[in-house]
Design a protein around this ligand. Structure first.
Ligand code: SF4
Ligand code: SF4
Length: 281
């Protein structure tokens, strides 16, 4: 279990705890202001990317100390975790409203709108998080060509998330003043600033999933499709055996490889049951 499960999940998966999406948490004025500022100022993320590049050039000791301090701060305000589709389905089982919105990272990195993020609310009739989103200046969030936010049924949202998975995107949940969870994103290494920070700059802003993938060699045809979609370089191919295998030390447990495997050779195991990955977050 990750640190947040112990702190905010009462020993269970913290993102499956309905209280962490509650209106009670959202009624905190500081949290609401943080969400408004976060979503209204995408340009701030460009500065964050530049800071990461500067940090990479710092001496190792300085860098290590800064990363620890800043990453711990990040855990208090805005931190994520990779979540596979079956757990997203469980989340959609208890939230009441799902609103699709443009991804703030892609707005910065691609300069255009891509609707890969989903705001979640637990109260009937739309909830506070959706109200905050609707109250934002539309020019910041949706661009001039698209107005309003897209309310979806939970079935539509699940279908869209499955499609993102087949596009090779990695599902993540995000806090806004931890432990409140406001939304889901669908990330990739080229466009998502959080994934760039965590994977390319070794500056963790999200936990790995509570799972690790395993390939059953008996079902693996060696087609290497899984290897092509893994964004974490966690799959290797053995020419001698003509099979692929997962390196548990690199696996984030996203399940994207599983969706790409036509032989159903890949399953997700509890991270705790895989010694090589059990303590890697
Ligand atoms: S996609 Fe499936 S069958 Fe193909 S190499 Fe990967 S595990 Fe094996
Ligand atoms: S090997 Fe691990 S990190 Fe790579 S796609 Fe599969 S589950 Fe995700």
């Amino acid at each position: 279990m990750c640190e947040f499960c112990h702190k905010h999940g009462e020993g269970k998966k913290w993102y499956l705890r309905a209280e962490n999406y509650s209106e009670d948490l959202l009624s905190d004025v500081r949290r609401r202001k943080y969400i408004e500022r976060f979503l209204s100022r995408p340009e701030r993320l460009r500065g964050d990317l530049e800071s990461l590049e500067m940090l990479d050039r710092a001496p190792a000791l300085v860098r290590g100390a800064l990363v620890r301090v800043l990453s711990n701060r990040q855990k208090r305000v805005h931190y994520g975790q990779v979540v596979p589709i079956e757990d997203l389905e469980r989340i959609l089982g208890f939230v009441n409203t799902v609103v699709r919105l443009p991804c703030i990272c892609r707005k910065v990195t691609l300069g255009r709108e891509k609707r890969y993020c989903y705001g979640l609310s637990i109260s009937p009739g739309g909830g506070g998080f959706s109200r905050i989103l609707r109250g934002l200046e539309p020019g910041f969030l949706a661009g001039p060509d698209t107005s309003g936010l897209e309310t979806m049924t939970k079935e539509e949202a699940l279908q869209a998330l499955r499609e993102h998975e087949h596009e090779g995107l990695c599902h993540t949940v995000w806090t806004f003043h931890t432990p409140f969870i406001g939304g889901l994103c669908n990330c990739d290494r080229s466009d998502c600033i959080a994934m760039k920070a965590t994977v390319s700059h070794d500056f963790p802003v999200m936990f790995r999933a509570e799972y690790v993938a395993r390939i059953d060699p008996g079902n693996c045809s060696g087609c290497r499709q899984c290897l092509r979609v893994c964004q974490f370089g966690a799959i290797a191919y053995s020419v001698a055996e003509k099979k692929s295998a997962v390196d548990a030390r690199r696996c984030y447990g996203c399940g994207i490889c599983r969706a790409a495997c036509s032989r159903e050779a890949i399953s997700l195991l509890d991270r705790a049951s895989v010694p090589a990955g059990a303590h890697l977050w």
